[in-house]
Design a binder for this molecule. Sequence first.
Ligand code: C2E
Ligand code: MG
Ligand code: MG
Length: 587
Amino acid sequence: MKAPAFVPEDQEVILIVDDNESLRDSLVEILNSAGIRSVGAGSVRDALRLQAIHLPAATVVDYRLPDGSGIELANQLKELCPGSPVLLLTGYASLDSAIASVGQLDAYLMKPVPPHTFIQAIVNALIRYRLVAENERLVERLQRMTAFQASYDSITGLPNRTFLEMRLTESIAASAEAGNPLALFFIDLHGLEVLSDVFGHQVGDELLRQMGNRLMDLRREGDTVARFGGNEFVVIRQTTDTMDACLFGDRLVELMGLPFEMSGIEHRVRPYVGIVVTNPETPGQSTETLLQNADTAKYLARQKNQAGWELFEIRMRRRVVDRYEIERGLRNGFEGDFSLVYQAVVNIPSGDLVGAEALLRWDRTGHGIQLPGSFLDVAEESGLILPIGKWVLNRALSDLATWRRSGNLPSGFKLWVNVSPHQIAAPEFPELVSGLLSTHGIEPELLGLEILEEALIDAGEAEKVLRDLRGLGLSLNLDDFGAGHSNLSWLQELPITGIKIDRRFVAGLDVVGNIRGPAIVGGLIRLCEALGLAIIGEGVETEAQANVLSSMGCHFAQGYYFGYPMPGAPIALAEHIEKTGKSPAST
Ligand code: C2E
Ligand code: MG
Ligand code: MG
């Protein structure tokens, strides 16, 4: 192996300690002529004096010196300057005792020493020391870097979760001692993953950095701003009271919601902020609990589906725990615990059964039969709605096939199944529907899907799915029309076949003095007629409501007046209608 090239450093001096003047001079000369600066000393005293002046890069010490032992001097020099090698020069006679006492010294050289060997020994010792020193510097740098990485986030350069938790523990203690409340802000930037997916991770990372900078701009002395992970940031802030914290929440939401421009494209994320303010009179709040509470508040802020903050209160935790238990129940229970009930859709004037709507029920262990309102949003959020929705479609089509086989199906009957926004957003949904239709041998004309308006708010993918479904030959109704965002352009642009008038409008039809409600319903019916859309009134509870609807031109309806949702076949529904004799036409 080739020895590393040795280049003497400018100020580097080698100290030669030997009482033999001519030997000393010749050693100094050998080194100087090799370009290595050196100085000579003839005694221990001289050597220590020159050591202090030159701080030599290496020292060569004779074994015997007039005023002391070379070995003792060598050890003394090592102690004074451990980073500088000391070589012992010894004659044959003293070799054994020199070796025995060399200990921590670096090398020994036998007299007489050839010039080449002498230079090489010194160069080797210097190189070894340089390598050791370099290695130590690297290790130290590495340790500093590792310490940084353990506490800081590599993308934003902000403190990371570990650091934050440590700082939060300190801040809780400090604020309790000072008697001041502490505010914790948990920030979730909704939409960041989608941006990263669509535009690449570099854009996502850049956005995170810019968000981090914005937070740092808002930072007051003593605040801690950290990246918690993913698209979440946390701010710890000493505050005066809850109002102060909420005002800061406003500023956070405003600032984080402003658009970003990157490569000429404007991006925007939606901030959800959870806020917790500690009560200095309630000591002992743990770091973990505070973070959990802020997270809970953030979760509820997200629920509102618009940028904003939510302040933690203890009742929230209960709500979150309830949701969690519902999700666990849905996951564990699943198929065996679900069932469908059917509610009749009738022709108002004739009282004929023209269809039925499938409605989901969940027999929740320990809680009895649950209506969809108590678990659907959890199913939506957790994504469980996809397997559940598939189960509903499969069961409804299987029931329909059974009714048809038994000859129980009135002609023109249509089965309506509710589908959730998640299902409508999935591009593979039409394929799933067509697969199930063929599995059960059902013609698409027999099936209608009911879609909530909220599924269409972020139309995009949903619109394509709707077109594909329509292409299969299914009917598509907008459910609860008028209850939500009710965008009239949907009626024009989307491939829907009809609407269901929300029961809140229907309920107002027989209220004395209510003029606007019926006017809206009347207008809606005429609009649908003009657009060639079918219309069903839902939630009809009284004969008067049914009559008003019918007189306005809405001939199909559904509601407790005609029949409650019930398990079983349409024939039973028809019989039920007949028995209760509730169709206005039959009276
Ligand atoms: P929806 O599709 O509008 O269904 C009508 C709801 O109103 C049903 O509630 C029904 O029981 C109730 N209803 C029927 N007639 C009357 C009436 O005369 N008066 C009153 N006050 N209510 C009446 P339910 O079964 O609790 O379902 C609630 C919602 O849950 C449904 O509203 C639908 O949006 C959703 N849903 C039900 N089943 C499913 C399902 O399988 N999948 C999905 N994604 N959603 C479903
Ligand atoms: Mg419905
Ligand atoms: Mg409805």
